[in-house]
Structures are given as structure tokens and as C-alpha cells.
Ligand binder design. Structure first.
Ligand code: NAD
Length: 341
């Protein structure tokens, strides 16, 4: 089969022929149809310090996918050949206290497909049946291929009650934009999204009914008074990984405000803890998706009118993956989807 492999410890990915994955009794084999390129894949392409430390050379990369089950192991129940699906790319252990309590997303032994284990940038993917998420007809393969990052957005957005609240999202990358759409969908009052990249803010306004703010040019306080916010934002979602964005968020929240933090700062960064203490702010770190509650809620919302389709700005044949990665690396795109059919 064709696959995109991290064949050498240098910048890039390479298309290679690989043997079909062998499945075990509790696995399925999925014929991959569409895949999304994630920021993590860009780190792997760039071979930065994190990637060099984490990803084994020779790995098939990629973890955002939609496809169809073509083979199933002897012990697999409840899934049939031909079932359209996406799936959770975090392969969890079953021994930890968290897993045994059903909090699978907190299992410390988690391994990721396309990061630690063979991934989805390939014609076929082996996945434990446990990780498979069947797709209803209402969700096509393009959307199926971006359920992983949409799940990050949903997990973050549903961390706190948003009904009637004023919400600040810092970072209008694909995940911040999708989180903005989710916040509107579930009934937030005002949703303000910030960035320093005008192309990203333009895309945010196309995808969701939000107030985009370029913090390199506009004063967020003026926006707050224009929107008649008495004190500040009730809820923040940090989706940039940028220190200044987090500082601005802490400044802009009400007393007792809450922050769900998905963005990953590049390293250790200074935090003014006294401001957080005196404003009585709650900060929740968000990792991945709740397995499988986030998937359940996300699919229900998509079936019930949540529309994030326009966040996909580019589509390429898998053979043209170099162009896809170039577009993603430009920082000007939304989601980029590769077609493996
Ligand atoms: N915790 C997790 O499980 C998890 C999973 C996926 C992604 N992430 C992280 O979530 C974040 C969002 O992912 P993405 O793919 O949308 O990222 P992205 O890099 O595409 O988007 C980040 C955006 O933040 C903007 N930004 C930079 N400085 C800013 C500032 N001062 N104020 C406001 N915005 C600013 C950038 O211009 C960019 O558009 C990233 O940090 C990513 O690493 C975390």
C-alpha cells in the first residue's frame, strides 16, 4: 500500500510502498478515504525538537481520518465490513486507575497513531475495534476526516457551561474557529475570537457568527465596551499557545472567570499567578477528546445543525501531499484534506 512515512531524520515526509497492516483478533482494517493534516503533522514534517524526541524514524504518519472497514478480527463484535467510520487515534491502556474508572482520555499509557504507532496517512490503517467511531450518513468523509480536531474544539468548548455567557477565544487556527462555531451552537451570548493573522480572522467570520478581533491592531477593551460587557468575558478558550494571548485572556476575564486551555506553549513560559489568584480564575488543561463522550456530543451536534464545513479550505489528492503540506505550513489555510480514494 502507499503511505506517507517519516523515512529520515530530516525535514519532509516521503511516499513509500508498505506491506498491508496485519490485524489482531480485536482489530479492524480500515480502507482510508480522506485524511486531515494536523499541526502535529507539521511538527513531524519540520522535524523539530519535539518530533525528533517523540516520533520513530520509519513511522507511517497521520491521525485524522475517515474510511471504511474492510476486514475485522475474530473477536470483533458490533462492527461490520463496509461500515463507514472515523476513530479515536489515542490508543489507551486498560490498566490504570483512570481507565478502570472509564476516564479513558486520562490514561497515562496512551499512545497516538501517526506519532508513536503506525498512522492513517496510508491506504489502509489497523485500529483496535474499541477505537472505531461509526459515521452516520449525515457526516460525509470530508467532515469525518476532521472529527479529531473538531473533537479537540468540542472537548474544550464543553468544558464549561457556555449558555448565555460571553466567550473569548484566543487563536483563530482551525481548532479555535471550530470552537467558536460550537460556542455559538450551544448558546453563548457573544463569541469574540482573536488572532494576529488577518486571513485566519476572515476565515473565522466565514465559518461562525463571531466577532473577529486582530489584537495586533485593535484594542480588545474597546470591543468589550462596544459589545456592552459590564466586566469582561465569562469564559476563555486559549487556542494559540501564545504567551501574550494567555496574558490578554487573564486580563479580559471577569472575577471568577474560567479558562479551558488547549493551546500548547512552545516551552516553559512565565505566568503571573498572583493575577490568577486575585481574580479567582479557574484554569483547566484540555488534552485530546473525552473517549467517547466528546465523540457522542460532536456527532449529535453535527446531526443537529453544527456546520464547520467551511473550515476546510483546501483539498488535494494524496499523491499531491507536498502541496497540501506547503499550504498548511503557510499559516494561511484552514483545514487541508487529502483524498486517498
Ligand atoms: N491539547 C491538545 O490535545 C491539543 C490538540 C491539538 C492541538 N493543540 C494545540 O491547540 C492550538 C490550536 O491548534 P490549531 O491547529 O488551531 O493551531 P494553529 O497554530 O493553526 O493556530 C494558532 C493561531 O494562534 C494565532 N496566534 C498567535 N499569536 C496570537 C496572539 N497573540 N493572540 C491571538 N492569536 C494568536 C496564530 O496566528 C494562529 O492562527 C495549538 O497550540 C495546538 O498545538 C492542542
Amino acid at each position: 500500500m502507499k503511505a506517507l512515512v517519516k523515512s529520515a531524520a530530516e525535514v519532509g515526509l516521503w511516499a513509500e510502498d508498505r506491506p498491508l497492516p496485519q490485524i489482531g483478533p480485536e482489530d479492524v482494517l480500515i480502507r482510508v478515504k480522506k485524511t486531515g493534516i494536523c499541526g502535529t503533522d507539521i511538527h513531524i514534517w519540520n522535524w523539530d525538537e519535539w518530533a525528533a524526541r517523540t516520533v520513530p524514524v520509519g513511522l507511517v504518519t497521520g491521525h485524522e481520518f475517515a474510511g471504511e472497514i474492510v476486514e475485522k478480527g475474530a473477536l470483533v463484535q458490533g462492527l461490520e465490513i463496509g461500515q463507514r467510520c472515523s476513530g479515536e487515534g489515542h490508543l489507551i491502556g486498560k490498566l490504570s486507575r483512570q481507565s478502570r474508572a472509564g476516564r479513558f482520555h486520562l490514561d497515562p499509557a496512551t499512545r497516538g497513531i501517526g506519532v508513536n504507532e503506525p498512522g492513517a496517512f496510508a491506504e489502509y490503517l489497523r485500529l483496535p475495534a474499541f477505537n472505531v467511531v461509526p459515521l452516520p450518513d449525515a457526516i460525509d468523509d470530508d467532515i469525518g476526516a476532521i472529527l479529531d480536531p473538531l473533537g479537540n474544539a468540542v472537548h474544550t468548548a464543553l468544558s464549561f457551561d457556555l449558555v448565555g455567557e460571553d466567550v473569548l477565544i484566543t487563536g483563530a487556527g482551525p481548532i479555535g474557529i471550530m470552537a467558536a462555531a460550537v460556542a455559538r451552537h450551544v448558546g453563548a451570548r457573544h463569541v469574540v475570537i482573536t488572532d494576529v493573522n488577518p486571513a485566519r480572522l476572515e476565515l473565522a467570520a466565514q465559518v461562525a457568527d463571531v466577532t473577529p478581533v486582530n489584537v495586533a491592531k485593535e484594542d480588545l477593551r474597546e470591543v468589550q465596551s462596544r459589545l456592552k460587557m459590564a466586566q469582561g468575558f465569562d469564559i476563555g478558550m486559549e487556542m494559540s499557545g501564545n504567551q501574550q494571548a494567555l496574558d490578554q485572556m487573564i486580563d479580559s476575564l471577569v472575577m471568577g472567570g474560567k479558562i479551558a486551555m488547549l493551546g500548547i506553549p512552545p516551552g516553559k513560559s512565565p505566568v503571573d499567578w498572583s493575577r490568577i489568584v486575585f481574580k479567582a480564575i479557574t484554569i483547566k488543561g484540555v488534552y485530546g477528546r473525552e473517549i467517547f463522550e466528546t465523540w457522542y456530543k460532536m456527532i449529535a451536534m453535527l446531526e443537529n445543525g453544527l456546520d464547520v464545513r467551511r473550515v476546510i479550505t483546501h483539498r488535494f489528492k494524496a499523491a499531491d501531499f507536498v502541496q497540501g503540506f506547503e499550504v498548511m505550513r503557510s499559516g494561511l489555510s484552514g483545514k487541508v484534506v487529502l483524498d486517498w480514494t
